[in-house]
Ligand binder design. Structure first.
Ligand SMILES: [Zn+2]
Length: 375
């Protein structure tokens, strides 16, 4: 009944479906057509409206009972950008490399999931949690799948996210947690006026500079055993007017904090609010917490993934919490989560490509993980 799957061929077919975030439709058809003959029951649902949607999500599952192991990932991709040597949505195999938007982030990894599952006989439950919005705001993405799962009492025991975490070679890095991220916008009020009549205006820009200096002076923490120190970066300074002869009526300071597991997003917002108000009375702060920091507690998923990588590559991976965030920030609410996938050197770049041999080796590593989980 089951058949072998060539992960490179499946990755190419996924790349051939343009799926710039938020994604739905054809790219999910390809995945469903690959999974159904393998005995998976596939649920698909489209949610939301522009600008954050519509988003398609897919939950596929095979078997029943414990253990319940799930792969997680996303089929949306970032926009291709200009300057590709070949069409970004026409998979191009040359020199042992598969070129195309999504080759490493993360259609190659999802194809490796499917190939690893294909002809595996197992007890327990094997699922795939696949969203069409990881690269965007995720409003209708993984959190929506989790709601759908919760309503049906579905809860995996461990989740492997296939984000491209490897750096110099396949298997060198496994992510066991991620930093949190929060964006904030501080509005410094002023009174608009003519530059020639400053006594009739109130310039917010010098006060914005004061607020920035106060924010830059904050020492958040020294990092923890598993995380680097939390970091605040000013990312933009805007004024309500750009005219050369106008004192602007307001200035807006935009900042981002990447934070470790010693911090909580809401506390950081309070800290920035207090600091800004102290430096500049009347300053107001808006904030959007993209995700809290998380760390998977030590447990079997570490050892299983590490051992599978070592068996395939001959080298143990390094466990890391560096880099950007992932949907692990949501999924950690369910069970232990690790991130492991292809080398990420070209992700989000023009000319994104994966080594064909890496896609095959990744699917063999995933296969070893499954054999151990379901042994
Ligand atoms: Zn990704």
């Amino acid at each position: 009944m089951t058949t072998a799957i060539d992960p490179v061929d499946l990755a190419a077919r996924l790349i051939a479906c343009p799926s710039v975030t938020p994604a739905r439709g054809a790219v999910f058809d390809v995945l469903e057509e690959a999974l159904t003959p393998l005995g998976f029951t596939v649920h698909r649902f489209i949610l939301g409206e522009a600008p954050d949607g519509p988003v398609e999500n897919l939950f596929a599952t095979r078997g029943t009972g414990a253990p319940h192991f799930a792969f997680a990932g996303h089929l949306d991709v970032v926009p291709p950008g200009e300057g590709w040597a070949s069409d970004p949505f026409t998979p191009d195999l040359r020199g042992g490399l598969l070129h195309g938007r999504g080759a490493v982030d993360m259609k190659g990894d999802i194809a490796a999931f499917v190939a690893a599952c294909a002809d595996l006989d197992h007890q327990g439950t094997l699922s795939l949690i696949i969203t069409g919005d990881e690269e965007g705001p995720a409003t209708y993405g993984t959190p929506a799948i989790m709601e759908w799962m919760a309503a049906r009492g579905i809860r995996p025991d461990m989740i492997l996210i296939g984000e491209p975490t490897s750096e110099d070679r396949l298997g060198d890095i496994v992510k066991i947690g991620r930093r949190g991220s929060v964006n904030m916008w501080i509005t410094i009020p002023g009174v608009q006026g003519h530059v020639a009549y400053p006594h009739r205006a109130d310039n917010p820009v010098p006060r914005a500079a004061k607020a920035i200096a106060a924010l830059e002076a904050i020492h958040l923490d020294d990092g923890s055993d598993s995380f680097q120190p939390s970091n605040l970066e000013i990312t933009a300074l805007e004024t309500s007017s750009k005219a050369t002869n106008v004192i602007p009526g307001a200035a807006i300071v935009q900042l981002n904090i990447r934070f470790n597991n010693l911090q909580r997003g809401a506390d950081l917002v309070d800290l920035v609010r207090r600091t800004a108000e102290e430096a500049v009375p009347g300053a107001t702060v808006e904030a959007k917490i993209s995700g809290e920091a998380f760390l998977t507690p030590p447990g079997p998923i570490y050892e299983i993934v590490s051992a599978a990588i070592e068996a395939e590559t001959g080298q143990k991976p390094r466990l890391s919490t560096h880099g950007g965030t992932s949907d692990g920030r949501f999924l950690i609410a369910l069970c232990p989560v690790v991130d492991f996938g292809l080398p990420n050197a070209t992700m989000h770049k023009v000319g994104e490509h994966a080594r064909v041999e890496d896609i095959h080796a990744l699917s063999r590593i995933y296969r070893r993980v499954l054999e151990k989980v379901f042994a």
